[in-house]
Design a protein around this ligand. Sequence first.
Ligand code: WTA
Length: 683
Amino acid sequence: MPTKTPSKSKKVVKPVSGTSHTQSIESTLPEKRLFKPNKAFAAKAKIGSMAQYEKMYRASIKDPEKFFAKQAEELHWFKPWRKVSEWKAPFTKWFIGGKINASYNCIDRHLETSRKNKAAIIWEGENFEQRTLTYAQLHREVSKAANVLKSLGVKTGDRVAIYMGMTPELAIAVLACARIGATHSVIFGGFSAEAIRDRVNDAECKLIITADGAFRRGTTVELKKNVDQALRTEAINIEGGAHTLGGCPSVEKVLVVKRTGEHVDMFSGRDVWWHDAMAEASADCPAVPLDSEHPLYILYTSGTTGKPKGIVHSTAGYLLGTYLTTKYIFDIRDEDVYWCTADVGWVTGHSYIIYGPLANGATVVMYEGAPTYPAPDRFWDIIERHGVTVFYTAPTAIRAFIRAGDEHPNKHKMSSLRLLGTVGEPINPEAWMWYHRVIGKGRCPIVDTWWQTETGSIMISPIPGAVPTTPGTATLPFFGIEPEVVRKDGTTCKPNEGGYLIIKKPWPSMLRGIYKDPERFAKQYFSDFPGIYFTGDGARRDKKGYFWIMGRVDDVINVSGHRLGTMEVESALVGNEAVAEAAVVGRPDEIKGSALVAFVTLKKGWPADENLKEKLRKHVGEAIGHIAKPDEIRFTDALPKTRSGKIMRRLLRELASTGSVAGDTTTLEDFSVLERLRAGEEE
Ligand code: WTA
């Protein structure tokens, strides 16, 4: 890998590939390697120079309201807004008084243009089936699905859960909800029955849209069965009285897409086949004019407590954020074939498979299955066959591809690519260089995009035609966004001094709250630095003003780009009858970014053996989902704690990653615990 450091400063290193568009590499330290936007790219880009970026950025910060109001005119409004924004910390509102519909903006408004018969979604099944929906076809399907929702009793303001695999029906279901103003809550298809139940009950969903199953890695995931289990109620007797336990009392109907064709139980009166309902539905369903602040969706994400939080996004502000960032950061054009490899179950899929690109009238590739199925070249094969031009994926996937070997991408002609992106965690410079060299052939700019479920859209990222990049930094803020790195006392850090990443002012796609929990919302994000949004990430800013994200400073871990709360996994472990106490920490992992290590103390009488470890892993899988299974479980007879009884995760983290503890242990209650933990590790 070309990570060697040239010795002299400002030396122009030989380009990594021979084309005239290749970026030059100026460097001293790896950190200082600077990749200037390639000239051919910049010449055609929406923003083609640093001067242009800086001018727009300055204007956007000087008067954000003016900037965003001007940009918002590019969307379709049923009724214009009265007032651009309002900020009563921690609550913000944007485009007050306006009426808008996200589904209309993603579909209907393209129908009056030459995009009418343009491909909106090019879908590929894991078993190589192909389906293409033009904007006109998507309009028809979404309108029909919206009528189906109405016929099942769903009204504007109701919540609908969506638990599906990556098929076009997932996008159709999402847009159908948006069309009638039903707030969608997409639950990732990898989550377990228990996780579904928690989320459905928290949001009091009226309807669940699911599928019989999903194809994944050559096998099937039984989605409907998980939904059935989540909905199951058990009648029990407590102290003489009959009670009903479990289940999801708010759910009236379950709409089921047939995908795998495997047998599923259909409960009469409750379960309805999607294809039956769609066959009868009219394709006429005008989009409902909704208030700008109408809750478009809830998406559950991990936080620092055991309970996932329902992040609420608005309609207008969120749509504007995803629309603008797709336009400028992915530099989207009508002729692009754009592919984001995320799952719609995560925020990246919401913002950059559905809302952002479709609002721009782009052609989106959607892939159902695993990256390595049936062979490790599946992604590169898709890029070649569909002529993908813009490709957006996660560092964890890139690292897995590096390990699989260059022969897989090298088998494919990927000259259609013009822009690459990453998201989900800091990208290590080696992975960045490989992406640049092997996939981008030195020709494609890379946008390392920093953002969060809470921010709704990309906050820090290079603008590809304008901002020189360096492997490992997300570079500069997007328009209207004012991030800063501060110390605990809120004062600004010096260049290169590590601190806390905050965002000083509200922005249109900012979360509007945690569903039904304004107190937790205020405490979680606006109490460390009163009245200012704290991201939970650590960062430093270099002399050029570039942001280097250093990862989470709270108890949230990014495992393969997926966010998991340590407390969530701990409460799952403690839910097992054998476990007395558990502490979960992350340790660096070459592929996943972080791996989960669980320190577990057992109740008396339970054997600390391999068998139990496997049982506990399975238990966590059932409580949360496959992604949350600890990579390693260590049994110990006590956990290190402070005098006030707080588990010292910092020490465990150190122990899990380095095998020893050198850090400050002055607050440790029982020093011998550490000795025993260490000894356990050497056994
Ligand atoms: C991390 C995903 C460094 C970060 C869109 C953040 C990143 C968390 C980057 C949010 C990046 C995301 N560089 N770190 N480019 N992108 N992160 O909510 O720790 O699943 O706080 O949203 O991922 O994860 P979430």
